[in-house]
Design a protein around this ligand. Structure first.
Ligand code: NAD
Ligand code: UDP
Length: 312
């Protein structure tokens, strides 16, 4: 197949490109490098059928030839990144998404939106199912991302219902793995880098807030199952195994060889959701998908990735 990936130079996009190229597909990747990096594409074999187009997808996306699948991942994704690029985050999820939906419609391609658990905002329920509509402050500090992704989901459904576009929506919960942006402030990469340097681990608030972390390889198999499936409404993709930030800090200290960092509690950021845990019954039933790699099993490869980067 000929597959378009937007955000191909990012953390998840670069892993997706490698996987699909390894399966023999042709990949056309778009990226404007606002948060991505060429280093993430170093693993793409020279002989692979890969074309990189350096472009902001908010500009019209014209591509000659057939397209079978479009994975739309382009968007700043970490709280630090979207705080640094507020308008760009809103534009890529609105105008950018419209451009890719137009391409999907014109080519008759299947389209997958990488949406997010952030559309649930500060959830009132400990476990979030797809039929929960969320609790979002439209002008809060996270709204540039939360509302932009909510708009992107609405736009997908509008194209699907009105123009027959073959859309899919996955709501991804915290995903981790090698190549998470260096210094983008995400908790897992921040804690690992601190532990490697022997610095105190910066736990915000009292550290009882919880997240569930899904290994990138599990996330990719869920995304592929979704686009190859036939379901058009949102599907949660994430790990139902919840961890508090204090427990995460301890696990990382235990997994980083020689680490003797102490936990350093710091003020909680505004609008920090207390918990985020997916109900994945829909993914299990419709896609036959559930994550296979526990946090304990998945962490060593990430620690090793950052250790090697620190050595460079
Ligand atoms: P990332 O920042 O590593 O990758 C995003 C990529 O998109 C970057 O390479 C960036 O340069 C590119 N990009 C941004 N705006 C663009 C534009 N206008 N034109 C072209 N390229 C543009 O982030 P990631 O963690 O790989 O996330 C990828 C997608 O998955 C995002 O849409 C994000 O919302 C979604 N997601 C990620 C997570 C997670 O935990 N990482 C969780 C939920 C959803
Ligand atoms: N967090 C933390 N210390 C850090 C960075 C983040 O305790 O140095 C906490 C943050 O307050 C939040 C959780 O870790 O409760 C996850 O934060 P992240 O930015 O990784 O993702 P998100 O909030 O989008 O789930």
């Amino acid at each position: 197949m000929r597959i378009v990936i937007t955000g191909v130079a990012g953390f998840i996009g670069s892993h997706l490109a490698e996987l699909l190229l390894g399966q023999g597909h042709e990949v056309v990747g778009y990226d404007n490098f606002i948060t991505g990096s060429k280093r993430n594409l170093e693993g793409v074999p020279a002989a692979a059928k890969f074309q990189l187009i350096e472009q902001d997808v908010c500009e019209p996306v014209d591509l000659d030839g057939a397209v079978d699948r479009i994975y739309h991942l382009a968007s700043p994704a970490s709280p630090n990144a979207y705080a640094a690029h507020r308008v760009a985050t809103m534009k890529v999820n609105s105008q950018g998404t419209a451009n890719l939906l137009d391409l999907a419609t014109a080519k008759g391609a299947r389209f997958l939106l990488a949406s997010t658990s952030e559309i649930y905002g500060e959830p009132e329920l400990p476990t979030q199912r797809e039929d929960y509509w969320g609790n979002v402050n439209p002008i809060g500090l996270r709204s540039v991302y939360e509302e932009a992704k909510r708009f992107a989901e609405a736009l997908c459904m509008a194209y699907h219902r009105e123009r027959g576009t073959d859309t899919r929506i996955v709501r991804m919960f915290n995903t981790y793995g090698p190549r998470m942006g260096l210094g983008d402030g995400r908790v897992l990469s921040t804690f690992i880098l601190q532990a490697l340097k022997g610095e105190p681990i910066s736990v915000y608030g009292d550290g009882t807030q919880a997240r569930s972390f899904c290994h990138v390889s599990d996330a990719l198999s869920g995304m592929i199952a979704a686009i190859e499936g036939d379901f058009h409404e949102p599907i949660n993709l994430g790990s139902p195994q919840e961890t508090t930030m204090v427990a995460l800090a301890r696990e990382i200290i235990a997994q980083v060889p020689g680490a003797n960092s102490k936990v350093n509690f710091q003020p909680a950021p505004a609008y920090d959701p207390r918990f985020r845990r997916p109900d994945i019954s829909r993914a299990r039933q419709i896609l036959g998908w559930s994550p296979k790699i526990s946090l304990k099993e998945g962490l060593p490869s990430v620690v090793e990735y950052y250790r090697q980067l620190a050595d460079k």
